[in-house]
Design a protein around this ligand. Structure first.
Ligand SMILES: Cc1cc2nc3c(=O)[nH]c(=O)nc-3n(C[C@H](O)[C@H](O)[C@H](O)COP(=O)(O)OP(=O)(O)OC[C@H]3O[C@@H](n4cnc5c(N)ncnc54)[C@H](O)[C@@H]3O)c2cc1C
Length: 299
């Protein structure tokens, strides 16, 4: 099986997931698989299915809470599928799922296209960002998507989904939780703009993030979605949870909706602290916060 797999992908065995997620937590995976192209991805999942090996698609691991239990399957990363094509004359951009969002932002700004500046500080891939409808500053990725290309995990067919057929809302899409599709690429529709104005927006957003977010520590960004008309961070702060720690994980003093890996936190530290924050906010304010990050491998 391994020899066959290696014809289509870079394959590593018994890899620690620690450096493949932005919390820097998590246990081993039996296989770490990076298919060489879209066709190789299709072959890869056919081989895994034939051998009854479960698999999970990981982007940059910036929105997941990985368990410390060994994953007895294959973590698939799309890092070899990171092509970008920019057509400024048509305001169109094509990006494969493995492209890092900040790289796409810089490339489009460089070509005089505007729209994606909001995402310069989102350290995820295009695949992960489409999956969760990543956004910031009242914009989200779906505002700029023309269509996406996905691989149906059951039929192995590639399907094109037009913008109007994608169901999404704030930090949520039809892809979330279901894992029926692998997002392969996205087409964006942008506007032509002034490069200097885009750079001014980028600088402003960077300053605001540096001022408000604990970027000096590993984290996975906001833990909870903002409830309608309120902010998760405000509620957590109002419950006096800033600075609360379990093991090496801590509720950030700088931004209450961030949990940081302050001192060699384990997966369990992060997991328990998220639950403590959730339950305390529920008890004290009756608001049932919805987690934005995804627990992977905890069942
Ligand atoms: C410092 C910091 C700041 C952040 N700021 C923001 C912010 O402003 N706004 C925001 O929305 N988020 C923010 N995030 C969270 C995170 O960066 C985004 O949610 C990002 O879009 C996740 O992408 P990823 O590639 O890391 O996904 P991962 O965390 O790797 O995966 C998340 C989910 O997406 C699925 N997935 C990944 N790729 C694919 C694919 N190709 N096909 C199908 N499913 C896939 C995974 O299976 C998993 O279920 C921040 C995180 C950090 C650490």
């Amino acid at each position: 099986m391994l020899e066959e797999l290696k014809r289509h992908a870079d394959v590593l065995e018994n890899v620690s997931l620690n450096k493949y997620n932005t919390y820097h937590i998590g246990g081993l995976t039996k296989y770490m698989v990076s298919p060489l192209s879209i066709n190789d991805l299709i072959e890869t999942i056919k081989i895994l299915d034939k051998n009854k090996i479960p698999y999970f698609i990981l982007g940059n691991g910036s929105n997941v809470v990985l368990s410390s239990k060994k994953y007895e399957g294959a973590i698939i990363r799309l890092n070899n599928m990171a092509g970008i094509a920019i057509h400024p004359e048509m305001n169109m951009v094509y990006a494969e799922a493995g492209v890092m969002f900040p790289k796409l932002v810089m490339d489009t700004v460089d070509k005089g296209l505007t729209g994606l500046e909001f995402a310069a500080g989102i350290p995820g891939t295009i695949g992960g960002s489409v999956y969760g409808n990543a956004g910031a500053y009242n914009s989200c990725i779906m505002d700029y998507i023309d269509s996406i290309s996905v691989l149906n995990r059951e039929t192995y067919e590639i399907e094109e989904i037009e913008h109007e057929d994608i169901e999404y809302s704030y930090r949520n899409t039809m892809f979330k939780g279901e894992h029926k599709y692998i997002i392969l690429s996205a087409k964006f529709f942008l506007k032509s703009g002034e490069k200097s104005s885009s750079i001014a927006i980028l600088e402003d957003r960077k300053r605001r993030r540096l001022e408000s977010q604990p970027l000096e520590f590993p984290s996975a960004g906001s833990v909870f979605r903002n409830p309608e008309g309120d902010f998760a961070g405000r509620l957590i702060e109002a419950c006096n949870l800033k600075g609360t720690a379990i093991g090496g994980a801590e509720v950030s003093e700088k931004h209450a909706n961030f949990i940081i890996n302050k001192n060699n936190a384990t997966s369990e530290d992060v997991y328990e602290l998220i639950n403590l924050v959730h339950d305390t906010v529920l008890e004290k304010t009756t608001v049932d916060l919805i987690i934005e990050q995804e627990f992977i491998g905890w069942d």
